[in-house]
Design a protein around this ligand. Structure first.
Ligand SMILES: Cc1ncc(COP(=O)(O)O)c(C=O)c1O
Length: 395
């Protein structure tokens, strides 16, 4: 079936964060949702619920847990017991709940900068110590290739005088779009086991793979690893349902799961009934044809951004994401040369009227980076890039 990802859907008159934060003349290529319509099977399921018209209390039923488990089996051959599946209001609440369930004040939580800024909410919210194992980069021309240094990763455990209690992994990675391979995952997981640290694996982007690469859920690597892992999945990024606030934690370890459920109940209670309905439709398989076409379109958008940057911003450096719809771009050379007079985020916002994510929120030293969201109709993306080029030319 054909889908029209080129259609421009007006969002300025909605409550969209992406489209209402800045004045109407700003083109928003920031917050990580897509400007595409959610696939029809999900909208049909929501419509049916609304047409029935009764919006009373509805809680997670075994049927939805079975659908999540079946998707893990179908996609990864991972045999998940439906009882392991716990609904949360989101992946961010999921990793905060996991931290509250296992960490004591003063414990350390380890993250890998540059990383999705909400990862830094965990230590702040709970009074934990932030520990970092930053990525290295190799360069190939303008292309930045993220490199995992396992020795440095091991050394970052118990840094800043705190016991590392939890490692929060972003897999695939936001903002760099890299997909970890089996050796990398095994390397990190074994170091976590040696240090008795819980692994919380945020796999929200796991179905947005652009190069036919394969996602390996970290928990599938071994029985020892699965026992120490909380896996967080959601339909929200893949099927554009983020506003419905429904995600799932998969926790095979019974004791850990009970602790997690207790905190989940204390803090967030239940997820929205429409979120559950949408998740079930999303994970049922009914949207997989749409997803296959979406990935082709997103790959085209990614290639467009890469080609455009190469041609028009020869001094910029950037990752080539194998997953997600996010591009991580370093405009530092232009800041150095004076062609960009402020941080790139402010410069492009003010001079190009394009909103990108400010790199500084992803980690220290990232103020000359921006994150560009290419999950938009191609004409919109082209316009954004053109505006950015013209702003540079005006200088
Ligand atoms: C890696 C990652 N985790 C979590 C989230 C947000 O998840 P949720 O809306 O389910 O809390 C995002 C959103 O951009 C993300 O990129």
């Amino acid at each position: 079936m054909a889908y029209n990802f080129d259609e421009i859907i007006e969002r300025r008159d909605t409550n969209s964060t992406k489209w209402t934060e800045y004045p109407p003349d700003v083109l928003p290529l920031w917050v990580a949702d897509m400007d595409f319509r959610t696939p029809e099977p999900i909208r049909a399921a929501l419509r049916a619920a609304l047409d029935r018209g009764v919006l009373g209390y509805e809680f997670l039923q075994p049927r939805t847990q079975q659908v999540v488990a079946a998707r893990m089996e179908r996609l990864y051959g991972w045999q998940v017991d439906p009882d392991w599946v716990v609904a949360t209001t989101g992946v961010v609440s999921g990793f905060n709940i996991a931290a509250r369930a296992v960490c004591e004040p003063g414990d350390g939580v380890l993250v890998q900068p540059p990383v999705y800024h909400m990862f830094y909410s965990v230590h702040k919210n709970i009074g934990l110590t932030k520990q970092v194992a930053p990525f290295d980069f190799e360069e190939d021309g303008n292309v930045l290739i993220p490199k995992l240094d396992l020795d440095a990763f091991a050394h970052s455990f118990h840094s800043n005088e705190a016991r590392t209690r939890m490692f929060l992994l972003c897999h695939p990675h936001n903002p760099m779009g890299n997909v970890f391979n089996r050796d990398e995952l095994l390397g990190m997981a074994e170091i976590c086991l040696q240090n008795d640290a819980l692994i919380v694996s945020d796999e929200i982007h796991s179905e947005l793979l652009l190069n036919g690469s394969k996602h390996i859920p970290l928990a599938t690597l071994s029985d020892e690893i699965v026992d120490k892992t909380v896996t967080l999945v959601a339909p929200s990024k893949t099927f554009n349902t983020a506003g419905l606030f429904c995600a799932f934690a998969i926790i095979p370890n019974a004791e850990l799961r009970e602790r997690f459920k207790k905190v989940n109940e204390q803090i967030t209670g239940h997820v929205s009934s429409l979120g559950i309905i949408a998740a079930e439709a999303a994970f049922s398989g009914a949207c997989d044809d749409w997803l296959a076409k979406l990935l082709v379109y997103l790959k085209g958008n990614r290639d467009l951004v890469v080609d455009y940057l190469t041609e028009n911003f020869p001094a910029a450096r950037f990752t080539i994401p194998n997953a997600t719809y996010l591009q991580w771009i370093d405009f530092g050379a232009y800041v150095k040369s004076g062609q960009i007079t402020d941080t790139p985020h402010k410069f492009f916002l003010e001079k190009a009227r394009v909103a990108l994510n400010d790199g500084s929120v992803f980690g220290e030293g990232c103020e000359n980076f921006v994150r560009l969201n290419f999950g938009s109709p191609r004409s919109m993306l082209e316009e954004g890039l053109e505006r950015m080029r013209k702003a540079m030319d005006k200088k």
